[in-house]
Write a protein that binds this ligand. Structure first.
Ligand SMILES: *Cc1c(COP(=O)(O)O)cnc(C)c1O
Length: 432
C-alpha cells in the first residue's frame, strides 16, 4: 500500500517513508492511497473473530511490506492486553481501551508505532529521535512504547504545570533514552515547536526527528482495529452501533471513519468534545476556525487546532454534507462532565474518567435522535489517571493501579525550556 498526502501534492510514499517522515513533504498528513473493503467472509465468522485475528485482517492491506508471520508477531505484541466491551444498562456499552501499560488508549497507537519504527530502522547506522508534544497521555504512552528501543531516543515536550501529576510522572521519571522538556507555554506551543522542528532543514538532516503525535500514520492504523473488535463482541442481531469518540486531535475518530469505509456496519459516529469545540462548530456552521486551546478537566482533549481533522475532510472530499451523514458533533463544559461522572456512578456503579464522560454525554444525546441503535462510547483513559477530577464527584477514592503508584515514587528528571525553536534546537543537537 502507498500513502498519499492530504494536500494532494507530490507522489505517493511507501510505508517506511510515511512512518519515518511523519508529515508529507508538502506539509499534509499521510493517508492510505485506497481504503480497501474487507471481504464479506470476514464479517460472517460465527462467534466473531479474536482481537488478534481482527487486527491481522484489518492491518494486512496497509502493511503488505511485512511478511505474514512478521505482521502476526507485531500484532500479538501490540494487542497483548484486553479491549473489553462492558455493558451499562440495556442500550449502552463502554469499549475499555485503557488496559495497556499507561492506562490510556494511546498505548495502542504508540506501541504499534514503536515496533514499526524499529523495523523501519533496519540499517545498523540508522538512528532517530522521536519528537512528541503532549498534554499528558501521548507523552506517557509514547515514552513507554519507545523506552529502550535501540537506536531511538524520545524527546517529550509538555506544557509546564498543565499535566496531571500522575501523567507527568509517567514520562518524566523514565530516564534511559527518554528526555522530558517542561515548556513554559501551552500545549499548542508544544505542538507548534514540534512542527517547526520538523520544518527545519538543518534539524531534519542532523537529528532526523520522527513524529509520534497522532499525525503519524503509524499511530492511526492500529486504531482502526478496535472499532471492528467492538462490533465483533456484540451478540448477533443487535441494532447497528453508534460510536461516540471523545476527541481532541481527532485521530481516534478518523480511525473509526476509516473502519466504516472498510465495511464496518455502523449507524454513525459522535464527535464529542469539551469546550474546545472547533469541529462541532464546523459541523454546525461550515466555519473551521482553529483557536487557542482552553483548559478543561478533560485535558487530553484541550486542542484548539485539531490536526487530524484534515484527514477527515480529505476522506470525504471536503464535503461537509457527506461528513455530516456519518458524524454528529457535541460539546460539553466541565460542569456537565462532572455531572455525568456522578450520574453514571450512581446509576450503574461505573466510574468514568472525564474524557470518557464527555463521550458518554455525546452518546446519550445523539442516541435520542438516532432511533434504534446500540450505543458504544470509547473509554480512552482509566479513571485513576484523573483521580483529582473524579474522586470529588464519586465521593470515594479511585484505586491507583500498581504500575501507576510505582512511578509516583520516582524522581522527576525533566528540564525546563522556553517556548522557542532556538531552545529546542540546543537540546536536540547537544545530545544528538
Ligand atoms: C488523546 C486523548 C483523547 C483524544 O484523542 P484524539 O485522537 O486526539 O482525538 C481523548 N481521551 C484521552 C484520555 C486521550 O488521551
Amino acid at each position: 500500500m502507498k500513502f498519499v498526502s492530504t494536500r494532494g501534492a507530490g507522489s505517493s510514499a511507501d510505508l517506511r517513508t510515511a512512518v519515518l517522515g511523519g508529515l508529507a513533504p508538502d506539509g499534509g498528513l499521510y493517508l492510505p492511497e485506497q481504503v480497501p473493503l474487507l471481504p464479506e467472509s470476514f464479517f460472517a465468522r460465527p462467534g466473531g473473530a479474536s482481537l488478534g485475528e481482527t487486527a491481522v485482517a484489518v492491518l494486512h492491506p496497509y502493511l503488505e511490506e511485512l511478511a505474514e508471520p512478521d505482521l502476526k508477531g507485531l500484532v500479538n505484541d501490540v494487542f497483548s492486553f484486553d479491549i473489553p466491551l462492558v455493558r451499562l444498562g440495556s442500550d449502552v456499552r463502554v469499549l475499555e481501551l485503557f488496559h495497556g501499560p499507561t492506562l490510556a488508549f494511546k498505548d495502542v497507537g504508540a506501541r504499534f508505532l514503536a515496533r514499526l519504527v524499529s523495523r523501519c530502522l533496519r540499517d545498523a547506522d540508522d538512528r532517530s529521535t522521536v519528537l512528541v508534544a503532549t498534554s499528558g497521555d501521548t507523552g506517557s504512552a509514547v515514552a513507554r512504547a519507545f523506552l529502550g528501543v535501540p537506536r531511538t531516543r524520545v524527546v517529550v515536550l509538555y506544557p509546564e504545570g498543565q499535566v496531571s501529576p500522575v501523567q507527568q510522572k509517567q514520562f518524566t521519571t523514565l530516564g534511559d533514552n527518554v528526555r522530558a522538556l517542561a515548556v513554559a507555554g501551552t500545549f499548542d506551543d508544544c505542538q507548534r515547536l514540534v512542527k517547526e522542528a520538523f520544518a527545519d532543514d538543518e534539524l531534519r538532516r542532523t537529528v532526523r526527528p520522527i513524529s509520534a503525535n497522532s499525525i503519524n500514520i503509524g499511530r492511526l492504523l492500529p486504531q482502526i482495529v478496535y472499532y471492528f473488535h467492538a462490533v465483533a463482541q456484540l451478540p448477533a442481531g443487535e441494532p447497528p452501533v453508534l460510536f461516540a469518540t471523545p476527541s481532541g486531535n481527532f485521530g481516534n475518530l478518523c480511525a473509526g471513519l476509516i473502519a466504516k469505509r472498510m465495511g464496518l456496519p455502523v449507524s454513525g459516529f459522535v464527535a464529542a468534545t469539551n469546550v474546545n469545540d472547533v469541529v462541532p462548530v464546523y459541523l454546525e456552521t461550515g466555519e473551521f476556525r482553529p483557536r487557542s486551546s482552553r483548559r478543561t478537566i478533560s485535558s487530553a482533549m484541550d486542542v484548539g487546532d485539531p490536526s487530524n481533522f484534515d484527514r477527515i475532510r480529505f476522506l470525504y472530499g471536503d464535503d461537509r454534507t457527506a461528513i455530516r451523514r456519518d458524524l454528529t458533533g457535541r460539546r460539553y463544559d466541565d460542569d456537565e462532565t462532572r455531572t455525568a461522572i456522578r450520574e453514571v456512578r450512581s446509576r450503574y456503579g461505573y466510574t468514568l474518567d472525564p474524557h470518557t464522560a464527555v463521550g458518554y454525554l455525546g452518546l446519550r444525546a445523539v442516541m435520542e435522535t438516532h432511533g434504534d441503535v446500540t450505543g458504544v462510547v470509547l473509554a480512552t483513559a482509566h479513571p485513576a489517571k484523573f483521580r483529582d477530577e473524579v474522586e470529588p464527584e464519586i465521593g470515594e477514592s479511585v484505586e491507583l493501579p500498581a504500575r501507576l503508584a510505582e512511578c509516583l515514587e520516582r524522581e522527576d528528571r525533566s528540564t525546563r525550556m522556553a517556548p522557542e525553536l532556538a531552545a529546542l534546537r540546543i537540546v536536540l543537537t547537544e545530545t544528538a
